[in-house]
Design a protein around this ligand. Structure first.
Ligand code: 2AM
Length: 173
């Protein structure tokens, strides 16, 4: 059996409010992502069989990321993916390096091969065809504290998509 996996930084409950407010402002843009599903994808891995999952966990046993902050300040509509996302034009170096290393590792081991380099973003709406806001630039950036990295399973359930962590790495100085 294979699991659909991805590495992500979750958005803890204490940081969800400004994102929920923005979703309210953008109502009608598409299907809002549930707050409990807010995350920053570092590397998407695709379907991974049990043996490859075990090897992946072994290779990344020592994964580490110092605590860092991502400032999300731009709204972008990605028409092909039909995603309305909050993005950033600056990314903390350790986060950028970790995401790149995870993506390269996936490609090297026959898992998903990323089409672009890491684009830090948080998906707010799916099924989005247009952005209701004229300006793409937020006056006040939304800050996300990166305190944890998770290896997540993505599962389709009758209630919608559900993300469950199978391994967590806390960020330490
Ligand atoms: P996104 O929401 O960060 O844009 C689990 O499916 C997560 O992996 C989703 O949240 C999605 O990213 C990301 N994902 C899904 N399919 C992907 C693909 N083909 N390429 C890159 N990322 C993908």
């Amino acid at each position: 059996m294979a699991n659909r996996l991805f590495f992500a930084v979750p958005v803890p409950r204490s940081q969800q409010l400004p994102l929920l407010r923005l979703q309210t402002q953008l109502e009608g843009a598409g299907r809002p992502v549930l707050a409990s599903n807010f995350h920053i994808t570092l590397a998407f891995l695709g379907n991974v069989c049990a043996a490859a999952q075990q090897q992946l966990l072994q290779r990344w046993q020592g994964l580490s990321l110092p605590p860092c902050q991502l400032s999300l300040n731009q709204l972008q509509l990605w028409p092909k993916a039909q995603v309305l996302a909050l993005t950033s034009n600056e990314c903390p170096t350790p986060l950028y390096q970790l995401a790149g290393a995870l993506q390269r590792d996936a490609a090297k081991h026959g898992l998903h091969q990323s089409q672009h380099g890491f684009r830090p973003h948080l998906t707010l709406f799916r099924g989005a065809q247009q952005s209701p806001l004229a300006t793409q630039h937020l006056q006040q950036p939304i800050l996300i504290n990166c305190n944890e990295v998770q290896l997540m399973i993505s599962e389709q359930t009758p209630a919608g998509v559900s993300y469950q962590p199978i391994k967590r790495w806390q960020c330490y100085e």
